[in-house]
Write a protein that binds this ligand. Structure first.
Ligand code: ADP
Ligand code: MG
Length: 424
C-alpha cells in the first residue's frame, strides 16, 4: 500500500471539515470518528507526450499531479445520497430507490442538473447512475466534495471529481481499469463530454514519481519512473479553449476521411496506430492536404511517445525534452492546433537553462503548456515566460508547479489519524 501524498491529506481534511459543517448546519450529529466516514482523494493529471494520439488508438504518457478532489461521505441508511459541493456552494440529492427513473427520463435528469452552477451534478449523478447500472452497490448518506485542482484548466478536475465520488460511494469500489471505463462513461453519457480514457485511467492507476505509458487500444500500461531531480510546471496561457470543440471535431473527421482513403488503398487499418512511421512515404501520394499532414503528425506522435517512454526509463532527460518540443512543433505545424500564446510559452520556456522541453498539452487552441525541467529553475522559468508575455502586453500566465502523485485511494483510519483528521 502506497503512502498517501501529503497534499492529498490536506484536501481530504478540508472535505471532512466541510462535511462536519454541513452536518452541523442541518442540525445533525457531528460526532463522528474517522472510522465512521469514507474519504477518497483523486488526483488531476497532465499529459507529457502524445497529443491527439488517444483516439487514434496510440499511446499517451500522462502523470497524475499533486492536486486533488476529495469526497467525504458520512454513511446513513436513509436510501438518500446527498452531495454538497463546498467549492461551488451547491447541493443536491439522489434517491437511490429511483435511479432507474432518473436514468430513463432525460427530462428528470436535466431538471436535476439544471441551473448555471450545476454542471458538477452531471458528473456526480452520472457516476452514481453508472455504478448502479454496473451492479456496484451505492452507499447512501451525506457527502461533501472539495478540491484544489484548478477547474477548467486542462488538469482534469472533472475526472478527479468522478473518481473521488466513485471510490467514496461505491461499496467495494477499487482502482481498476473497469472503474476508469465507468467514470469515462459517466462523463461521456451524462455530462456529454466526449473525453478519452486517459484522464480517469491516470487518476485511478498512477504511481508516485512515475508517468504512465498507456496503450489507448488495449488499455494496458507500464509505469515509467521520472528521473531524479526533475520537475513539472504547467503554465496556463490564459486563453479559453473556445475554438477547441469545433476544431477537435474537425480533426477527428479529417482523420476518418484519411482512414477511408488509406483503407481503400492499403487494406484494413483499424486506426492510424496501424500505420508504421516507415510506411508514410508509401502513402503520401494518396492523401490530399491537409489530410497528409494530419496523418504525419499522428503517426509521428505515436512513435514519439514510445521513444519518450524509453528515454525516461534510461534517464535521458534532454532527449525526452527534445521529443516534447518536436511534439509541440508537429502539433503546431502539422495538426495546426497551437496558437501564438502557446508557441511563445514553449519558445521562452526552452530558452531557460535547466528546461529540458515543453509543449502544449490538451486539445490545443488555448489552455496549458507542460514544461519538463530540472528542479531549482522555477524562478528563471517564471521570469522568462512572464517576461515574454509582458513584452507583448499580455496578461500574465498562471504557473502550477507540480509533482507526480500516486493514484486515487480511499483513506483509512490510519492515514487519517496520522494526519490529525480524527482530531478535527
Ligand atoms: P478540467 O477537467 O480540465 O478541469 P472540465 O471542463 O473538463 O475541465 O471540468 C470542469 C468541471 O468539473 C467543472 O465545471 C465542474 O463541473 C467539475 N468540477 C471540477 N472540480 C470540481 C470541484 N472541486 N467541485 C465541484 N465540481 C468540480
Ligand atoms: Mg475535464
Amino acid at each position: 500500500m502506497t503512502v498517501p501524498e501529503p497534499g492529498s491529506i490536506a484536501v481530504a481534511r478540508s472535505a471532512v471539515e466541510g462535511l462536519r459543517g454541513v452536518l452541523r448546519d442541518s442540525g445533525r450529529s457531528v460526532e463522528f470518528q474517522s472510522a465512521d466516514i469514507r474519504v477518497s482523494v483523486a488526483p488531476g493529471r497532465v499529459n507529457l507526450l502524445g497529443g491527439h494520439t488517444d483516439y487514434n488508438e496510440g499511446f499517451v504518457l500522462p502523470v497524475a499531479v499533486d492536486r486533488f478532489v476529495s469526497c467525504a461521505l458520512y454513511p446513513g441508511d436513509t436510501g438518500i445520497l446527498e452531495f454538497h459541493s463546498l467549492d461551488l456552494g451547491d447541493s443536491f440529492q439522489l434517491d437511490l430507490a429511483s435511479l432507474d427513473e432518473l436514468r430513463d427520463d432525460p427530462d428528470r435528469f436535466d431538471e436535476l442538473a439544471g441551473g448555471c452552477r450545476a454542471m458538477w451534478r452531471r458528473y456526480v449523478a452520472g457516476v452514481i447512475l453508472e455504478m448502479d447500472e454496473a451492479g456496484i452497490p451505492v452507499v447512501s448518506g451525506i457527502a461533501a466534495i472539495t478540491g484544489n485542482i484548478p477547474i477548467g484548466s486542462g488538469l482534469s478536475s472533472s475526472a478527479a471529481l468522478e473518481v473521488s465520488v466513485y471510490l467514496a460511494c461505491g461499496k467495494g469500489a477499487g482502482a481498476t481499469v473497469e472503474a476508469a471505463l465507468l467514470c469515462q462513461r459517466a462523463e461521456n453519457r451524462w455530462a456529454g463530454v466526449p473525453c478519452g480514457i486517459m484522464d480517469q485511467y491516470t487518476s485511478l492507476l498512477a504511481e508516485a514519481g512515475k508517468a504512465i505509458f498507456l496503450d489507448c487500444r488495449h488499455l494496458t500500461c507500464r509505469h515509467v519512473p521520472l528521473p531524479e531531480g526533475c520537475a513539472i510546471t504547467v503554465i496556463n496561457s490564459g486563453i479559453q479553449r473556445e475554438l477547441a470543440d469545433g476544431e477537435y471535431r474537425r480533426r477527428r473527421l479529417e482523420i476518418e476521411s484519411a482512414l477511408g482513403i488509406l483503407r481503400k488503398a492499403v487494406g484494413p487499418i483499424a486506426a492510424l496506430r496501424d500505420l508504421p512511421a516507415g510506411d508514410l512515404a508509401e502513402v503520401e501520394d494518396l492523401l490530399p492536404q491537409p489530410l497528409l499532414k494530419r496523418v504525419e503528425h499522428v503517426v509521428g506522435a505515436i512513435e514519439r511517445v514510445e521513444k519518450g517512454a524509453v528515454s525516461l526509463t534510461l534517464g535521458e532527460r534532454e532527449r525526452f525534452g527534445e521529443l516534447m518540443v518536436e511534439c509541440h512543433r508537429s502539433l503546431a505545424e502539422r495538426y495546426e492546433v497551437s496558437i501564438e500564446e502557446l508557441d511563445l510559452i514553449v519558445e521562452s520556456a526552452i530558452s531557460v537553462d535547466g528546461v529540458y522541453g515543453a509543449r502544449l498539452t490538451g486539445a490545443g487552441f488555448g489552455g496549458c503548456c507542460v514544461v519538463f525541467h530540472r528542479e531549482g529553475c522555477r524562478e528563471e522559468l517564471e521570469s522568462a515566460v512572464a517576461g515574454a508575455y509582458r513584452a507583448r502586453s499580455w496578461k500574465e500566465p498562471v504557473f502550477h508547479h507540480l509533482s507526480a502523485a500516486p493514484g486515487a485511494r480511499v483513506l483509512n483510519a490510519e492515514d487519517m489519524s496520522g494526519s490529525g483528521i480524527t482530531e478535527l
